[in-house]
Design a protein around this ligand. Structure first.
Ligand code: 6YU
Length: 514
């Protein structure tokens, strides 16, 4: 596409050097834009892609997997091109697996009285829950949702068995014939599954996830895979395609001065916390939704239009944290890939803890096992979401380690198990993120995601179009909360500018391939 000279000379400032900011800068530079700068608040690139270490082992503090590693996933394609993936992830079979966001991991089940549960006993509850999740995702296209949230819907369906599909009715009939204690245990398993979903969605409770909007999220085929050398390898490879010095680190932006007045031809001014003022023709904002929620009032002058502000408030942004735990030897089966902890007093389908200070640990649904053992040794990754996760962040690491040790001793019935090392993430208290990722909250719709990505000034004021553009995972219409959604959003906004300056004039923004 031929670009007008003015376009290539225009000053573009990208705020944030996470994957969406890097992707936007990379695409603009590749198309010949000469004056692109990235301002990043912290001292590193990658944002929520953050590879760390536990002793000599590589661990992911932020994003873990490529969700849906297959041909339509640009994160997969780039990582393959850079040689970052293992052969198993590249196979046609791996790419073709349609897991609908829930990998078929080999589970190990433990209960709070120290018993190991048999997978066949938990299976009826797990399959019923999976069916209900699938049904929850259908209301988006079907409409007429009977409840406001996914949590309300699942709870009501499990309790009353009303409106169940034929398959679910069969499962429910089987439940009726079981002993009361088996039924009770299965209800506790459903509580555990609700907590798993809180982590997947990054929410405090599934009661906050909107039933009508739940199905907006789209999955891609492919069995989720990890990066043997760390997710940050992807960032490093993308960064190597940018000119040296393009990113200004430790440069937090405090205010973006734009104009919604027709006829005003002043450039946008980006004000930094250190007082520096940078003028720009275009600013691409990629800060996380959590940061926007907290600082929306002071980050824009004039303030954002009301419809945009309302969508920022309406969309959900919650916390999902990890607690890495290393052991001298494994206490789980060799083939086990995920460990679920079922509390026997949770028949009442709960996914939140009443007394967070005392009992926050009950929100941790369990652990994924870091594989292969030859690379990671005996390391588990605990998962905890919501306000309980936010409270956990405030505790000394030693106290977290103690709580984890007590928890594992109780669920295994083995009082001698002692973690060797513990390390947790603290995404809620990260001042530049303020949580983990986006979810569609009660009352949200596709319109809110459209409002989030809409450039400023909004349609109507055309004398200085595209002053402020918005990218970042929260702005992707169906891949929000993911790395590929963030990457595509950065490319989308770069394409918006490229198209604006193309010699054939502004064109429709090419829709990202789904
Ligand atoms: C994925 C995964 N994954 C786990 C955990 C987390 C996330 N995600 P960034 O924040 O990266 O960049 C913004 C930059 O802006 C940043 O550098 C700031 O410092 C900077 N900034 C802020 N304010 C500034 C200012 N004022 N001035 C200048 N700079 C400023 N995604 O694909 N696979 O396994 C996980 C996971 C613990 C925290 C994840 C995962 C989410 C991704 O990490 C995230 O979307 C992108 O990295 C964001 O990039 P960005 O550029 O937008 O922002 C069925 C169904 C249900 C629906 N949900 C499906 C669930 C899927 C999500 N699963 C996640 C799971 C894990 C484990």
């Amino acid at each position: 596409m031929a670009l007008r000279r003015k376009g290539l000379d225009s000053q573009v400032v990208v705020i944030g050097c996470g994957i969406s900011g890097v992707a936007a800068a990379q695409r603009l530079v590749k198309h010949g834009f000469r004056n692109v700068r990235v301002l990043e608040a912290t001292g590193r690139s990658g944002g929520r892609i953050k590879t760390g270490s536990l002793g000599d082992k590589i661990i992911e503090i932020g994003a873990n997997w490529i969700h849906g590693p297959s041909e339509d996933n640009p994160v997969f394609c780039l990582s393959r091109q850079y040689g970052l993936l293992e052969p198993a992830a590249l196979t046609a079979e791996n790419q073709a697996m349609d897991i609908k966001g829930h990998p078929p991991w080999v589970p190990g089940w433990f209960s709070s009285s120290g018993k190991k549960l048999r997978a066949e006993d938990t299976y009826p509850a797990v399959s019923m829950f999976a069916e209900l999740l699938d049904e929850s995702a259908e209301f988006h296209s079907r409409g007429g949702e009977p409840r406001a949230s996914v949590g309300d819907f699942i709870r009501a369906e499990v309790r009353t068995n009303c409106k169940l599909s034929e398959a679910l009715k069969r499962v429910a009939e089987e439940w009726k014939d079981e002993e009361a204690s088996t039924r009770a245990m299965r209800l506790c398993v459903v509580s555990n599954m609700l907590k798993v979903e809180c982590c997947v969605n990054g929410t405090h409770t599934m009661d906050q996830v909107g039933l009508g909007a739940f199905g907006l999220y789209r999955t891609l085929p492919g069995l989720d895979c990890t990066f043997p050398g760390g997710y940050e390898g992807l960032i490093q490879n993308l960064m190597s395609e940018l000119p040296q010095g393009l990113v200004a680190y430790r440069q937090p932006v405090s205010c973006i001065h734009w104009s919604d007045t027709e006829g005003d031809n002043e450039p946008v001014v980006v004000e930094c916390e250190d007082g520096q003022k940078i003028t720009a023709d275009h600013v691409v904002v990629t800060v996380p939704l959590g940061y926007l929620k907290k600082h929306r009032a002071k980050l824009f002058r004039p303030p954002l239009p009301l419809h945009k502000l309302h969508s920022i408030q309406r969309m959900g942004f919650g916390t999902n944290n990890k607690i890495f735990v290393e052991f001298d030897s494994p206490w789980w089966d060799m083939d086990c890939e995920v460990i679920y902890l079922v509390w026997e007093d949770e028949e009442n389908l709960v996914d939140q803890v009443a007394d967070i200070k005392r009992s926050w640990i009950k929100k941790l649904f369990g652990f994924t096992v870091l594989k292969p053992a030859e690379r990671y040794g005996h390391v588990l990754c605990g998962w905890i979401a919501g306000r309980e996760a936010e409270h956990m962040e405030t505790l000394p690491e030693q106290e977290v380690a103690q709580s984890i040790a007590q928890l594992i001793r109780r669920f295994t019935g083995n009082p001698t198990i002692t973690p060797r090392k513990v390390l947790r993430s603290q995404w809620f208290h990260d001042p530049w993120t303020c949580g983990s990722y986006t979810y569609p909250a009660r009352g949200c719709s596709a319109q809110d995601l459209n409002n989030l990505m809409e450039p400023l000034p909004s349609k109507g004021t055309q004398s200085r179009p595209l002053q402020v553009l918005f990218a970042g995972e929260a702005t992707h219409p169906c891949y929000y909360s993911t790395v590929h959604g963030a990457l595509l959003s950065g490319w989308r906004e770069a394409d918006r500018l490229i198209s604006h300056y193309s010699s054939s004039g502004p064109a429709e923004i090419p829709r990202p391939k789904l």
